[in-house]
Design a protein around this ligand. Structure first.
Ligand code: WT7
Length: 632
């Protein structure tokens, strides 16, 4: 429910209350939903396990709360509004009634193909309504969805299918992005050749209708399965702590991990945060430009808005097609009231010039949001002045795949905004800063490592198939705290500014990429001996990927070598992980125990002119000068 707050003082009062009595605070939020059975205990927790249960004993189905619950009050209101890639194509919309019918038919089709509660279903689809429908259909019958961003490679898709031991892949034939057509089904076919032994069926949604290869054993057309189904499907009753979905994300080591979210807490938190952060009012049109392949799309295109009974828009295309005015054209066309995008898009559009944004009527905008990476001061002001025109406050929302929902953000009209500051925690959320030893820093005007010291309902429960990994990554660095991996600064008034990752994770255009993953991909190229990957500041992407590579003897054609490296990374991970810069080196700076000194490599890649620190303890200090010389 939307909290009653109009001023900073009122926010502070509500916040204090939520921290003093968290269980009362969250149970009063949870009571606004429809439950088949009320929970027995609001919260049980232990960060050492970790073992986190919210609303234990409660029974529910999230789709009843997203759909059925709204039929009486707003059945004919648009739930999903879909804007196609090509502006001259037809807009599509689904009312709450229509969406419930489509979800039910799809759920019945999944059941017919043998999917039952607890089975994993992988989605590999573009931004078409069927993606949202399919995800909800899984939730309807208790199947666990795992959406893989359709820009990932066949290898990356197969890795995720295998880790989740999924029974089904749901994909499209092709994906339209600007002028490009991407053969989505072909990538699935390739993934099936590499691995995916657990897959029984592949369901193919006909998007463009262009020709695809077909396997009579495993492939089924979506429309042939779904269209003839009954539009009634009883919802599977789930425990509050049953898994809702798995979403893979990168970390500083190893392969991507499957972040697990569960039904009850995720439902309560995404709805609560959606309503309060965007101050959504009935009749508003809300648009988040993210892809459902990322957590932002899960929480703030599908679940949060639908739980709140909102009209949520999905956009198939890209910000620069047919031109760099597309976002603003769509805002004018649909009279968008809340707009939520990433700094990388803002910077890219800002670089195209003001005339694109000045051409359109953006007066319906009430709130504009930013997510995924730190927003720099220049982009913040441009967004505030040219898009929000001083009338629509910016909500710079900090959160993560693991947090499930927005944890730190200004609240429009309630708390103020300050350029580059995500500002204050949401009610019920308790962030702290610690030093490297884990000692909490209580004072203001201080910088530290961002941790959360108390559970919130939509927090990560485990990493799929490997609970120890969850413990080691998030809960072991600082006992009894959830560690975010981010550094942050607190100003003199207590607002937080997120500085960025302090681990070996790079944030490229708001996408999280693990350096180890990129290195492993590069090392698969047969001309490579060893590599080290770091991030460096990039004007549009926020961070770019810099690869230092020791090549095998006698690379004559550097361009061909670089192309080979990039092709390999594209094949193993996907184009988003391609290095922006590659430097062939004869060695990498290492400690005497053989650890690569990334700190030095980061400084060099960033053209940081400051001191590199003490390098005399390196095994091979001379290499530092060589690398610096090679770069200049
Ligand atoms: C990482 C999480 C949250 C959904 C999209 C990304 C960075 C996220 C902000 C922000 C500065 C931000 C952090 C975080 N990040 N939002 N408003 N200001 N940094 O989710 O892929 O799980 O990445 O994105 O570094 O740890 P994700």
């Amino acid at each position: 429910m939307t909290l009653k707050m109009n001023t900073l003082a009122e926010y502070k009062k509500v916040y204090q209350e939520s921290v003093d009595h968290p269980e009362a605070f969250w149970s009063s939020q949870a009571e606004t939903f429809s439950w088949s059975k009320k929970w027995d205990t609001t919260l049980e927790w232990d960060f050492d396990g970790p073992n986190i249960s919210w609303f234990k004993g409660g029974k529910l189905n999230i789709t009843e709360n997203c759909l059925d619950r709204h039929i009486e009050s707003r059945g004919d209101q648009v739930a999903i509004l879909w804007e196609p890639n090509d502006p001259s194509d037809q807009v599509k919309s689904y009312t709450y009634k229509e969406l419930l019918a489509e979800v039910s038919k799809t759920a019945n089709a999944l059941k017919e193909k043998g999917i039952t509660k607890g089975d994993r279903v992988i989605f590999y689809m573009p931004m078409v309504p069927e993606l949202a429908i399919g995800v909800l259909a899984c939730a309807r019958i208790g199947a666990i969805h795992s959406v893989v961003f359709a820009g990932f490679s066949a290898q990356a898709l197969a890795d995720r299918v295998d880790d989740a031991q999924a029974k089904m892949i749901i994909c499209s034939d092709y994906n339209r992005r600007g002028q490009k057509m991407i053969p989505v089904k072909q990538v699935v076919d390739d993934a099936m050749d590499i691995g995916c032994n657990s897959i029984e069926h592949v369901i193919v949604h006909k998007n463009t209708g262009d020709k695809v290869n077909w396997s009579d054993d495993s492939d089924y057309w979506w429309h042939e399965l779904v269209d003839s189904q009954s539009d009634h499907c009883p919802a599977e009753i789930m425990d509050a702590e049953d898994m809702l979905f798995i979403l893979y994300t990168s970390g500083s080591t190893g392969k991507p991990k499957g972040v697990v979210h569960t039904c009850g807490g995720y439902m309560v938190y995404t709805c609560f945060s959606f309503k309060n952060v965007f101050q959504y009012e009935p009749g508003d049109v809300y648009w988040c430009t993210a892809d459902i392949g990322w957590i932002t799309g899960h929480s703030y295109i599908v679940y949060g808005p639908l739980l709140a009974g909102a009209t949520t828009m999905m956009f198939e295309g890209v910000p620069t097609f047919p031109d760099a005015g597309r976002f603003w054209e769509i805002c004018e066309k649909h009279k968008v009231n809340q707009f939520y995008t990433a700094p990388t898009a803002i910077r890219a559009l800002m670089a195209c010039g003001d005339h694109f944004v000045e051409k359109y009527d953006l007066s319906a905008l009430k709130v504009i949001g930013s997510v995924g990476e730190p927003i720099n001061e220049e982009a913040w002001h441009w967004y505030n002045d040219k898009v929000g025109k001083g009338n629509a406050p910016i909500v710079d929302t900090w959160w993560q795949t693991e947090t499930g929902g927005i944890l730190i953000t200004p609240l429009p009209g309630i708390t103020d905004t300050k350029p580059t500051y995500a500002s204050y925690p949401m009610p019920g959320v308790q962030p702290i800063l610690v030093n490297a030893e884990g000692v909490e820093l209580h004072e203001n005007d201080v910088e530290g490592l961002l941790c959360i010291k108390f559970p919130w309902p939509s927090m990560i429960r485990t990493t799929y198939g490997d609970h120890n990994r969850c413990k080691n990554v998030y809960f072991s660095p600082f006992p009894n705290r959830y560690f975010t991996g981010d550094g942050a600064r607190r100003d003199k008034d207590g607002r937080l500014r997120i500085i960025g990752r302090v681990d070996d994770v790079i944030n490229v255009s708001g996408h999280r990429i693990g350096t180890a993953e990129v290195e492993n991909a590069i090392n698969e190229y047969d001309q490579v001996v060893e590599s080290a990957v770091v991030g460096y500041p990039h004007e549009i992407k926020g961070q770019g990927i810099f690869a230092y590579i020791i090549a095998k003897e006698g690379v004559k054609d550097v361009d061909a070598f670089n192309l080979g490296v990039r092709t390999m990374v594209t094949k193993v991970i996907g184009p988003i992980a391609k290095p922006d810069q590659i430097l062939i080196v004869s060695g990498l700076p290492k400690t005497r125990s053989g650890k690569i000194m990334r700190r030095i490599l980061r400084k060099i890649a960033s053209k940081d002119t400051g001191s590199l620190g003490d390098i005399s303890t390196l095994l091979n200090p001379e290499i530092v000068e060589e690398i610096k010389a090679a770069l200049s």
